[in-house]
Design a protein around this ligand. Structure first.
Ligand code: SAH
Length: 468
């Protein structure tokens, strides 16, 4: 079993500090199931590679009843050779400090995104390369996967289910290791030890920062927990409660606060009406509501026969449950199964489920995204999903001074990461339009004040060279 990690950060040999392993030495670690070694085949200022080589003691595994299966399969199996949960255990034991982001001397470096490349040999993946990509690409990796043939001496036996994968990314070493720690056993879809509640803690410890937003959060959680339904349900609920996503109770409370602040003007109704009118006008027949929340826009879209296919996506599972109930989706789906669907996903990850709609509505959502994630959001929507029309609404920060209930200098919603003035929104929209080839028009929503404008603002993007 082989895991190599390479960096071209300068000086590249600093990798040794982060891994707590000096590049000039060979490091050996006895483990309960074999032996691990770490060494550096290259260690220069420009490029440094650390290899973690894991030798599994197959005989010891059989004696401990972990060889897998009975009879011959106890002795003849892939366990000693493939990347599996043994590799995760080795990562935790041999690279433990790096996995937990601990360092005595190089704290800043440990928190700095570095150009990294990880290569893992013999990763089992019965579902093929597509699953490998679905797991790693949303996290920002460039993935190359080389499938091994089953046996070079008997080429007509065909290909095996094992891949050598290379993952390139710029991120912290801790992030890279936590991704591998969780996803390798997910791909292998097996574990060499008994899985119970403690496994949820591990998943949360290593996944809280990235898993809740991952489009495959359910598959990852289910397989990581060895397909135990109760554990999976429990873990998903706890992941949804982690700080990455506000809990539904918080969201509902926050939404109520926002509603109270805005209700003097019935602003949200005006906003939704403006969005529906624009969608009708641009002739869209299929629409996706991204960050659909409780489904208020979806309810209005369903009333219009022009829209033959409607989808709602949100990062919060609880919001989707609320939408499902308030739209009476179960009943609706029985009558018009093709017309509407809801699904969980995140706007900052590329997702093929977002493709194929005439228009996308993103109503009061972008201000909930962390500014460093905006660039990813832009590409997800305008480069990959690429609908003919995109409608985005967001508050106009200038108007906040008009609300007596809103203390000066605060935003309308505790979860808002930013609120833009009219010029800021316009500048952003123009830049995005120019970059991705969309024509942009800006509109005011709500009563307009001479000085500070209207409370809400809407940008309508139309793909150039096509009639949306
Ligand atoms: N569009 C709805 C809800 C707006 S509230 C309406 O106008 O009524 C913002 C919504 O964005 C919340 O439901 C929140 O869960 C969702 N959200 C926040 N970050 C998201 C992300 N990264 N991907 C998808 N949805 C997100």
């Amino acid at each position: 079993m082989l895991l190599t990690i390479t960096t071209t950060y300068r000086p590249a040999t600093d990798l040794g500090y982060l891994l707590h392993k000096h590049p000039d030495r060979l490091h050996k670690f006895p483990l309960s199931f074999g032996q691990a070694q770490v060494f550096y085949p290259e260690a220069t200022e420009e490029r440094c590679t650390a290899v973690l080589l894991l030798d599994i003691d197959a005989v010891r595994l059989v004696r401990r009843g972990r060889g897998g299966g009975l009879g011959l399969s106890q002795y003849v199996n892939d366990r000693p050779y493939v990347a599996s949960s043994f590799l995760s255990v080795a990562i935790a034991q041999v690279y433990g400090s790096a996995l937990h982001g601990r360092t005595k001397t190089h704290d800043e470096l440990a928190h700095t995104p570095l150009p990294l490349e990880a290569r893992v040999v013999a990763v089992p993946c019965r579902e093929g390369e597509a699953l490998l990509r679905r797991l790693f690409e949303p996290l920002g990796y460039a993935v190359t996967a080389e499938r091994s043939i089953l046996d070079p001496t008997f080429s007509d036996w065909g290909m095996s289910d094992y891949y050598t994968i290379t993952l390139s990314i710029t991120t912290t070493l801790q992030t890279l290791l936590s991704h591998l720690y969780v996803l390798i056993p997910v791909l292998d879809d097996a574990k060499h030890y008994y899985v119970d509640e403690h496994e949820i803690e591990k998943l949360l410890r290593h996944g809280t920062d990235w898993l809740p937003d991952h489009p495959e959060v359910e598959l990852i959680t289910h397989r990581y927990l060895r397909r135990q339904r109760n554990l999976t349900r429990n873990a998903l609920a706890r992941l949804a409660d982690s700080e990455v996503i506000p809990t539904a109770e918080q969201s509902i409370q926050q939404d109520t606060e926002e509603t109270i602040i805005e209700q003097q003007v019935g602003l949200h109704q005006q906003r939704l009406a403006a969005v529906v009118a624009t969608l009708k006008q641009c002739g869209a027949r299929t629409v996706i509501d991204l960050g659909c929340g409780e489904g208020k826009l979806l309810a209005l879209l369903l009333e219009e026969t022009q829209f033959s296919r409607i989808a709602g996506m949100d990062v919060s599972f609880r919001m989707l449950e609320i939408a499902q109930k308030s739209l009476k989706l179960d009943r609706l789906a029985a009558k018009q199964p093709e017309r509407i669907m809801l699904f969980q996903g995140s706007l900052v990850y590329r997702d093929p489920r977002l493709h194929g709609y005439d228009a996308a509505a993103i109503v009061e959502v972008i201000e909930h995204l962390d500014p460093p994630r905006l660039a990813a959001f832009e590409r997800v929507v305008f480069e990959f999903a690429r609908p003919s029309g995109v409608i985005i609404t967001t508050p106009n920060a200038e108007y906040n001074t008009k609300w007596e209930t809103l203390p000066a200098g605060t935003m309308r919603h505790p979860d808002h990461r930013f609120e833009w003035s009219r010029t800021e929104f316009q500048a952003w929209a123009q830049r995005v339009g120019a970059r991705f080839g969309y024509q942009v028009n800006l509109h005011a929503i709500g009563d307009e004040d001479e000085q500070v404008g209207s409370p809400s603002q809407m940008a309508v993007f139309e793909l150039k060279g096509r009639n949306a």
